[in-house]
Write a protein that binds this ligand. Sequence first.
Ligand code: NDP
Length: 397
Amino acid sequence: MGKVLIIGAGGVGTVVAHKVAQNPDVFTEVMIASRTKSKCDAIVKAIGNPHIRTAEVDADHVDELVELMTSFRPDIVINVALPYQDLTIMEACLKTGTNYLDTANYEPKDVAHFEYSWQWAYKQRFEEAGLTAILGCGFDPGVSGIYTAYAAKHHFDEIQYLDIVDCNAGNHHKAFATNFNPEINIREITQNGRYYENGEWVTTRPMEIHKGLTYPNIGPRDSYLLYHEELESLVKNFPTIRRARFWMTFGQEYLTHLRVIQNIGMARIDEVKYQGMKIVPLQFLKAVLPNPQDLGENYEGETSIGCRIRGIKEGKEQTYYIYNNCSHQAAYKETGMQGVSYTTGVPAMIGAMMFLKGLWKRPGVWNVEEFDPDPFMEQLNLQGLPWHEVFNGDLEL
Ligand code: NDP
């Protein structure tokens, strides 16, 4: 059906490549490109399909990307490098007539700032070029938006309250590690919290608001209110929403480590001089922390991510909880990666599949909830991330 170029060969890129290879009727030609080619070659070896091509590319440079895309001529790029590369890859897509998909919104390197404005600004150019750009197609953002769109389409006339709940109840047996790129992860969770209520954004101190929430098959876990990028597009695309929040679980041990990291200045993202060189402390920290890709082997337990929604259907208030639980060990057995990479990589593959099947093909720049959720939801059940629903249960929120 189509040619795909995967950019990024980390934890998520590895899962995307495995899942793309499992669907050869849709992805007829595949290339994995990243800054370090040996990582792409290792993925191809693990998959065992020598027809998958690999290449080296520095995605910070539009001209390198253009050269690669001009020679391979992909129908779509799955961008699972880092959020810093979103705009250069989108530029290269426009220059080469290639469609685009990512899993995280653009962030400038020097400020931890999460908003879609930079990428939404490309809407007209993608429209005029007849190209589709699908933004935020991981789990959260990604499936969280698709769950919301599915709820709006099938179960509510009006969604009023939305809480996205993200629990990782896994244990990797390390004193401290992050589940995806440590730099991106720590930037995300050390910023102020923020939620939407009655048309306004309310800012909180980092981790200021927390609550015990009960997760299916897991039990109660301390859950902390964070700002998460999909809140911005969801309140825009579902204007009946009165309040939208995002919650993530953290253990006390993790939070203690994080506090120390911040207190000693290792979470800083500005440059400091060290032995005549300039280094960014958080980037240095990344180099000494466990690699998220190596956590899989001893990772036990599961993730549980879902949407808890309250709203109106046929004049009556109802609640709805839709979620997926993903076992770290099952993810590792299938792809060699833990559950957090798995829950991100599978939706990225499905999004590209939706595009190549012509189901999510629409010139412009779109967040996932703007497409028909039904065929995507069907694929989630087939591709390893089955979902479950609870009607009119206690949402705890
Ligand atoms: P990793 O750090 O494991 O992998 C990132 C990959 O991108 C590495 O292979 C890295 O290469 C490559 N890369 C970095 N910079 C460049 C560059 N300039 N040019 C080419 N390649 C580059 O990260 P993850 O796999 O954990 O995460 C990938 C993406 O997924 C991130 O954007 C993250 O924010 C997103 N994500 C989204 C989630 C969701 O649910 N929506 C959840 C989790 C992650 P090298 O190895 O050489 O450094």
